[in-house]
Design a protein around this ligand. Structure first.
Ligand code: ADP
Length: 294
C-alpha cells in the first residue's frame, strides 16, 4: 500500500481513509492476505485511472450478529470513469473498459476478474458505480468474524502442484510482470500463472518492462534475457535505479545458465534465475520463495 501512496503522491492525488472509529476499534478477523490483495488491486486501479483529485478508501458497518459483522468497503476515485456498457463486462477475464487502452495503461484485464473470485472465496459481493469523466466507486461487502475464528481456506482442487497450491492459498491476486518477447513462451507462462490466481501484466521487451515498472508496483518480475530494444540486464538495472520496483524480486529466465551470465544477472540487481526452457514446478517454487519473502 505504501508504494501506492507514493504513486498517488507523485501524481498529486489525495489518498484518504474514511474509517469510523467504532469500526476501527472492533477486533475483527478476516482473511488478511485476500483482503489486502483486493485492496491493492482496487486502490491500484483507482490511482492508475485518476489524474486529478483523489482516491478515498471508505469502510462502513452494514449489520452485525453476535458472531460477525458485515462491512462494506468502497474505493472511490475522481478519475476517468467507466461507461455503463463497459461496467457490465468489467469483472470478466481479459476485459478492459476500452481495449485500445491496453497500450496506454498496460495491464492484462484480469485484475478485476481475480479480485471478484477472491471476494467470492470470502463469501462476499463486489460491484461498481461509475460516471464517465467523473469517477468510479468500486465496492465490496464481506463478513468479518468478531470472535477471532480464522475463515475457512479455499483453493482449487484441480491445482496439483504443491508450490502452485501454496501460491494460490497465500498469494492469490498478487500482480506480477512477465517480460518475454516470445509469444508462445508468454502464453504458456500466462496460462500456468493464472491457474494459480496470479495476475500477470505482460511486457514484450525490456523497454516496455521499464515503462510499466515505473507505473505499477509488482509483487515480482520475471525477466527474459535476450530481447529486442532493451535486454533483460539493462532493463533490470534501470528498474533498480528508478521505478516503483526498486525492491521487488526480479527473477531472470536465461537460456545460458553459465556462471558469467548468472553473475551479470546478480550485478544488474536481479535476485534469482531460472534456466530456459522453464520447468513449471521450478518456476512456481522459485516464485513462491520470493513472494513469501516480501
Ligand atoms: P488490468 O489487469 O488490465 O488492470 P483490471 O481487471 O484490473 O485489468 O481492470 C480492467 C479494466 O477496467 C481496466 O483496464 C480499465 O479499463 C477499467 N478500470 C478498472 N478500474 C478502473 C477505475 N478505477 N477507473 C477507470 N477504469 C477502471
Amino acid at each position: 500500500m505504501c508504494v501506492l501512496g507514493q504513486k498517488a503522491a507523485e501524481k498529486g492525488l489525495r489518498l484518504e481513509l474514511d474509517l469510523p472509529v467504532q469500526l476501527a476499534l472492533m477486533p475483527l478477523r478476516g482473511d488478511p492476505l485476500r483482503l489486502s490483495q483486493v485492496l491493492i488491486n482496487l486502490v491500484g486501479n483507482a490511482v492508475k485511472f485518476t489524474e486529478r483529485g483523489g482516491v478515498t478508501l471508505r469502510a462502513r458497518l452494514m449489520d452485525k450478529t453476535p458472531n460477525d459483522v458485515r462491512v462494506r468497503i468502497e474505493v472511490c476515485d475522481s478519475g476517468i470513469g467507466i461507461s455503463a456498457d463497459a461496467q457490465g463486462r468489467l469483472f470478466k477475464a481479459f476485459e478492459q473498459a476500452d481495449n485500445s487502452m491496453t497500450r496506454r495503461y498496460g495491464g492484462s484485464g484480469l485484475g478485476l476478474a481475480i479480485t471478484k473470485s477472491l471476494i467470492h472465496l470470502m463469501g462476499g459481493e463486489i460491484g461498481v458505480e461509475s460516471t464517465p469523466g467523473r469517477g468510479s466507486t468500486f465496492w465490496f461487502a464481506v463478513r468479518l468474524s468478531k470472535n477471532g475464528d480464522a475463515p475457512a481456506d479455499a483453493v482449487d482442487a484441480d491445482v496439483t502442484s504443491p508450490a502452485g497450491r501454496q501460491i494460490q492459498r497465500r498469494h492469490a491476486g498478487a500482480r506480477i510482470l512477465l517480460v518475454e518477447d516470445e509469444p508462445i513462451n508468454r502464453e504458456v507462462a500466462l496460462f500456468m500463472l493464472e491457474d494459480v490466481h496470479i495476475v500477470v501484466d505482460l511486457a514484450e521487451d525490456g523497454l516496455q518492462a521499464l515503462q510499466m515498472a515505473r507505473e505499477t508496483p509488482y509483487a515480482l518480475i520475471l525477466m527474459d534475457m535476450q530481447m529486442p530494444r532493451m535486454n533483460g540486464i539493462e532493463s533490470a538495472r534501470r528498474i533498480r535505479a528508478d521505478s516503483l520496483n526498486r525492491d521487488s524480486p526480479i527473477i531472470a529466465m536465461t537460456a545460458n545458465a553459465f556462471a558469467e551470465d548468472r553473475k551479470a544477472c546478480l550485478e544488474a540487481g536481479m535476485n534469482d534465475f531460472l534456466s530456459k526452457p522453464v520447468e513449471p514446478e521450478r518456476l512456481l517454487e522459485t516464485m513462491l520463495k520470493w513472494l513469501s519473502r516480501r
